[in-house]
Write a protein that binds this ligand. Structure first.
Ligand code: MV4
Length: 445
């Protein structure tokens, strides 16, 4: 088992990992930038190493400094959290070369799933349902035109290096294909330095439903059911819930089986997420696989009573998983509280939190690193807290979330609390009748 884990991250996830390490009797090392000297992850870790100035590129993304911090503190594992270096193949490899266990995917796995066209081909080979479309990368515009006709309009052009919607274009008619092809390739080249494109049939008004999986070093995988992440704005998730209001037992079994099959096919080790698009007929299609712990993992933990960070650490230490699949026993919802102004296009609103009061009570969990007097630095993402509520039913969970949001006091900065409060009253949210298009029509009152 690990003796000391370095957490190569900041904010709530760094604190989240430290908490589990403490419970497991594992020592912790925090790394931090100059902007985070007053952060709780620095305070609660056993040791802390400053790795540079505020910009991520000069601190949390500096691989050599993080490795050096692990070496001088004698850490035998590095947990990367999410974002930053969590899906960086080079970093995963670098850890391995320095005999420090990377608590995440191997470089090979990250590369395999990071290239979307390749990931899709792998999943197709594993027997996981995929959206019909091109057979891998499209070599030129002529092939693009032919593929669009065979696939049938509307189609979706996707960047193979993509993710987060970059280099992606929906095309409804042949006369718009050229412009979409050129602009998507340009965008992909600029963002990723690669303009490989593939094509799919457009799934209209899909739901984003993902399956949490865990695989061990013996080739065995299991799933921990789904999370519905359809409420997104510009590819940023705002709230997630489990079970999905759209789920049936039959669909969960089918999606769960597909996700486990996917994980076992690639001998996936650790915690991962298989993302699916689900259409209105409940057909589901592989979208992407994330090889990291995700922001929204706590809702799964709450409904299946399972510490996912603990499981990541155990699997990384070579412990086998039980192998059983899980079904939600409760209903859990997460609201991401961001330092953004929902009345002004969700514009980032960093600053000092002058007063802070967190809600409490049965079934309320808050994962955060902030406190009264804390200054939210402008250098990083705007998420400051995750409010997670869990209850017997969806209706009770929504009522509990409303109560908790009403109790939550954060002063000095603008937050997305008013947005979530209105969302919890929105008829289409309350009925569970929402898709990834939901936020396009949403307006603050
Ligand atoms: C799609 C799609 C419709 N049809 N693929 C968006 C991010 C990228 N990872 C995949 N995405 C989509 N792929 C086909 N064939 C619609 C989306 C999409 C989306 C997916 C999940 C959550 C939110 C979304 C918002 C817009 C588009």
């Amino acid at each position: 088992m690990f003796k000391k884990i370095l957490i190569a991250n900041r904010g709530e996830i760094a604190l989240r990992v430290i908490r589990t390490c403490k419970e497991m009797g594992i020592k912790t090392v925090a790394v931090y930038s100059k902007a985070d000297a007053e952060s709780l992850h620095v305070r609660f870790a056993d040791e802390a190493v400053c790795i540079g100035p505020p910009p991520s590129s000069e601190s949390y993304l500096k691989m050599d400094r993080i490795i050096a911090a692990a070496e001088i503190t004698n850490a035998d594992g590095i947990h990367p959290g999410y974002g930053f270096l969590s899906e960086n193949a080079k970093f995963s490899k670098l850890c391995e070369e320095h005999n420090i266990k990377f608590i995440g995917a191997t470089a090979e796995m990250i590369d395999k799933m990071g290239d979307k066209a390749n990931a899709k081909a792998t999943m197709k080979a594993a027997g996981v349902p995929c959206v019909p479309g091109s057979d891998g990368i499209i070599s030129d515009f002529e092939e693009c035109q032919k593929t669009a006709v065979i696939t049938g309009y509307p189609v979706m052009l996707k960047a193979s290096a993509g993710g987060g919607g970059k280099g992606m274009r929906a095309v409804w008619k042949p006369e718009d294909l050229k412009e979409a092809w050129d602009s998507a390739r340009q965008e992909s080249k600029a963002a990723f330095g690669n303009d490989d494109m593939y094509m799919e049939k457009l799934i209209e008004e899909p739901r984003h439903i993902e399956i949490q999986v865990v695989g061990d070093s013996f080739g065995k995988a299991c799933h921990l059911s789904e999370r519905d992440c359809s409420v997104q704005r510009r590819h940023q998730k705002l709230t997630e819930e489990t079970p999905s209001p759209f789920m049936t037992d039959e669909l969960r079994n089918a999606m769960g089986d597909a996700a486990v099959k996917a994980a076992e096919f690639i001998k996936y080790e650790g915690a991962g997420t298989v993302e699916f698009l689900v259409d209105k007929h409940r057909n589901f299609y592989f979208m992407e696989m994330n090889t990291r712990i995700q922001v929204e993992h706590p809702i799964t933990e709450e409904v299946v009573d399972y510490d996912l960070i603990r499981e990541q650490i155990l699997v990384a230490a070579g412990v086998p998983i039980s192998g059983k699949n899980y079904t939600p026993q409760l209903h859990s919802i997460e609201c991401r509280i961001n330092a953004e102004d929902p009345y002004n296009g969700f514009r980032p609103a960093p600053g000092v939190i002058t007063s802070y009061h967190a809600p409490g009570g049965h079934g309320v969990r808050i994962d955060t690193h902030v406190y009264a007097g804390y200054m939210i630095p402008p250098n990083y993402d705007s998420m400051i807290s995750k409010l997670i509520v869990t209850a017997q039913t969806r209706e009770e969970a929504i009522n509990k979330m409303k109560r908790a949001l009403d109790e939550y006091v954060i002063e000095g900065i603008k937050t997305t609390i008013p947005f979530h409060r209105q969302l919890m009253d929105h008829p289409d949210y309350v009925s569970g009748n929402y898709t990834t298009k939901f936020m396009e029509d949403f307006e603050m009152k």
